[in-house]
Design a protein around this ligand. Structure first.
Ligand code: AMP
Length: 332
């Protein structure tokens, strides 16, 4: 039996190159090697009170993008969190066992209290309980999480163990954090900073569905420097960033050519950018087409979501029967 992996996806709009190489590519490995569950965390997003049209649109978009880029509903289980009411039921049970003191101490909660003081709702406070329910509902043992989520995962272990002890059961295994790949990829942005990031603005970010002209303009306007004044000068950060982006999409020969041009102090950044823009477009065009195709085929997306929900519910019902039985409720 393959180990069970559970991973949440925030419905926060379109994917960029950093998301693709930094996170999404790992999902493709996971779906081959594990019994993986990927859910779009639309319950979680209610903590910020999105309006219904925005929520629906961003959920559709992530689903379309993840399917277009290669998540295969036959190989993994991809579903919407809100299609699994069992998660909400488990969340309720786990809440009976989660204490105010420990929830108030969670770093992400304290951050939210600072950043949205007018909306400190109970959903924010119990965010780690919902995350625990997401994982425990499938009795997941591995969770690909970043550093910022480790505290939440620790709490998932605490809530699962506490439930087991209270009801003299072993229904929940201990989920562990893991990283699919040891090498941490960091994709730089176009504005000279360290890491491509949506918060750095449109000019920094290459989206997987950027149209050819948008992509070309963004790359041609990317930050570089005044150019080397003599041979052998080291590359500045913004220029290194452009070379790092070339590594993703350009041939080794072309990279070597511009490397030499730089080392010999005669590089023309306009030529480098033109090359990068051309090769980036070659890389992005098929992804963009697939994403647009999925976005236009809403009925197919609905079928994929329904198929995923059914698979997820099978696993969730099994868990909830054990949980209800342990508590002393009738099973379904
Ligand atoms: P975000 O939507 O910014 O929270 O990013 C979601 C995930 O994508 C992160 O947890 C990272 O794993 C990955 N990611 C985002 N930006 C980058 C980047 N510039 N380089 C590498 N990975 C990234």
């Amino acid at each position: 039996m393959k180990e069970i992996v559970v991973s949440g996806i925030r419905p926060t709009g379109k994917l960029h190159l950093g998301n693709y190489f930094g996170a999404f590519k790992h999902f493709l490995t996971l779906q081959e090697q594990y019994d993986s569950y990927f859910f779009i965390a639309d319950y979680h997003s209610l903590t910020t009170h999105p309006n219904p049209a925005d929520l629906k649109g961003s959920v559709q978009r992530v689903l379309a993008e993840y399917i277009a880029l290669g998540l295969d509903p036959e190989k993994c289980t991809i579903y919407l969190q809100s299609d699994l009411p069992e998660t909400a039921e488990l969340y309720l049970f786990l809440n009976m066992n989660a204490y105010l003191g420990e929830l108030e101490r969670v770093t992400s909660f304290k951050d939210k209290v600072r950043s949205q003081p007018d909306n400190v709702n109970a959903g924010l406070l119990t965010y780690p309980v919902l995350m625990a329910a997401d994982i425990l509902i499938h009795r997941g043992v591995k969770v690909p999480v970043g550093k910022d989520q480790e505290q939440h995962l620790e709490m998932a272990r605490t809530f699962g163990n506490r439930f087991n002890r209270l009801y003299h059961t072993e229904v929940f295994p201990e989920p562990q954090a893991f990283s699919v790949s040891k090498e941490l990829v960091k994709i730089p942005g176009l504005t000279g900073g360290g890491k491509m990031s949506k918060s750095a603005g449109e000019a920094d970010t290459i989206y997987l569905n950027d149209e050819a002209d948008v992509l070309h303009k963004k790359i041609m306007r990317a930050v570089s420097d005044a150019g080397p004044t003599e041979a052998g000068q080291p590359k500045s950060q913004p220029v290194q960033n452009l070379f790092d982006l070339m590594q993703l999409v350009c041939s080794p020969e072309k990279i070597a050519f511009f490397d030499t041009e730089h080392a010999e102090g005669r590089i023309r950044y306009g030529d480098l950018k033109k090359q990068l823009a051309t090769d980036m477009e070659t890389f992005i065009a098929p992804l963009r087409d697939k994403i647009n195709y999925q976005l236009e085929n809403t009925s197919q997306l609905q079928e994929i979501a329904a198929f995923g929900a059914e698979k997820a519910r099978k696993s969730a019902r099994k868990t909830m029967n054990l949980v209800r039985e342990a508590i002393g409720f009738k099973t379904n």
